[in-house]
Design a protein around this ligand. Structure first.
Ligand code: GDD
Ligand code: MG
Length: 327
């Protein structure tokens, strides 16, 4: 099975973390965020993923590498201008040319999930749909695509971002598509699959399948931290193995024996933590330096950030190579 993964968003709500690194390349515990998606796809029969990039494509390439990632062949395509979700799918499909199979997956690349994608593929094959959406139940559907279905799974209504904080079944951003759906997407222009394509498919072969499991759109610092703790606690199925309960410390770190690293902490490779420093509920990305007696709590530090001896960082995001001075 082939998959087109949309990774063209800018991740503006995670700045300054995403100033120099596109969100999909941002480290989450011990690997780039997008690696979780590719590994998840691999466990559901995907052998080739086309990454539809917009923003900083080279860094994405650097983060995941060329060739294969855990058995999934990776191809990168970059749109020449903004195409929107449907336009990007069409552009990526055209890049595959004749190699594109008649049935393929399309995914939003900004979610961490272990939902049963195999089940969506099976439902799609059973109903003979032209497109099948994976659905997820949430308490607040306002910021997502809200979907109403008949008991048969046929979609009766799709409303993108109602703005109303009501519970409901939302599109999880994971679709099985028949190749013919590409004909509904105009070539070379911006087009939204949610606002322009799905509405046309209602009553014309649009189905959905409700899924259970873990699903999170990681768009904000709070959700980035929550996803980190969920991975460390095993609330979502991933290949990550914590180094201690709720904690991950990478290779080549220099942590003083008297430093305290509490549960819910990630220390990426190459960090230094000085004597009697305290790190709690925080993520230190590669090569951060925490001075002696410093306190870091509820914060995310981008690669190369430094906290001076005795300084405090509480509920903050610190940019790459920034230095936090003691008061
Ligand atoms: N290549 C490319 N080009 N990718 C794009 C483009 C584009 O022009 N525009 C958006 N994307 C990517 C984003 O990077 C993201 O991975 C995905 O497409 C969805 O875009 P978002 O901007 O994150 O949309 P959203 O989160 O507000 O809503 C979408 O996702 C929800 C689930 O998370 C919709 O699909 C909703 O219906 C859905 O419920
Ligand atoms: Mg999103």
């Amino acid at each position: 099975m082939q998959a087109i993964v949309l990774v063209g968003g800018e991740g503006t709500r995670l700045r300054p973390l995403t100033e120099s690194v596109p969100k999909p390349a941002l480290t989450l515990v011990d690997r780039p965020f997008l690696a979780y998606m590719v590994e998840w796809l691999g466990t559901h029969g995907v052998t080739e993923a086309v990454l539809a990039c917009g923003f900083l494509p080279d860094q994405l390439r650097e983060a995941l590498g060329e060739g294969r990632h855990k058995g999934v062949k990776l191809t990168y395509v970059t749109e020449p201008d903004r195409r929107g979700t449907a336009g990007a799918i069409r552009f990526a499909a055209e890049a595959l040319g004749d190699r594109l199979e008649d049935r393929f997956l399309a995914l939003n690349g900004d979610v961490l999930t272990d939902l049963d994608l195999t089940r969506v593929q099976q439902a799609h094959a059973r109903s003979g749909a032209r497109a099948t959406l994976g659905l997820y139940e949430v308490e607040d559907s306002s910021a997502y695509g809200l979907v109403e279905c008949a008991p048969s799974g046929e979609v009766l209504d799709f409303t993108e971002k109602t703005g109303e904080p009501v519970p409901g079944r939302i599109s999880a951003g994971a679709y099985v598509l028949e190749r013919e759906v590409l004909d509904l997407i105009p070539a070379g222009v911006e087009c939204s699959i949610e606002r322009e394509v799905f509405p046309q498919l209602i009553g014309a072969g649009l189905y959905a399948e409700l899924l259970a499991g873990y699903w999170m759109d990681i768009g904000t610092p709070d959700r980035y931290l929550q996803a980190t703790w969920d991975i460390l606690e095993g609330a979502v199925e991933t290949a990550v193995r914590p180094t201690a309960p709720g904690v991950f410390v990478g290779d080549s770190c220099n942590v003083a024996a008297s430093a305290r690293i509490d549960e819910h902490t990630v220390v990426a490779p190459g960090c230094t933590i000085g004597a009697a420093a305290e790190v709690t509920g925080s993520v230190l990305l590669d090569g951060c330096e925490i001075g002696a007696g410093a306190r870091v709590r509820g914060s995310i530090l981008a690669p190369g950030a430094a906290v001076e001896s005795g300084a405090e960082v509480i509920d903050k995001m610190v940019g790459a190579n920034e230095r936090v001075l003691a008061a």
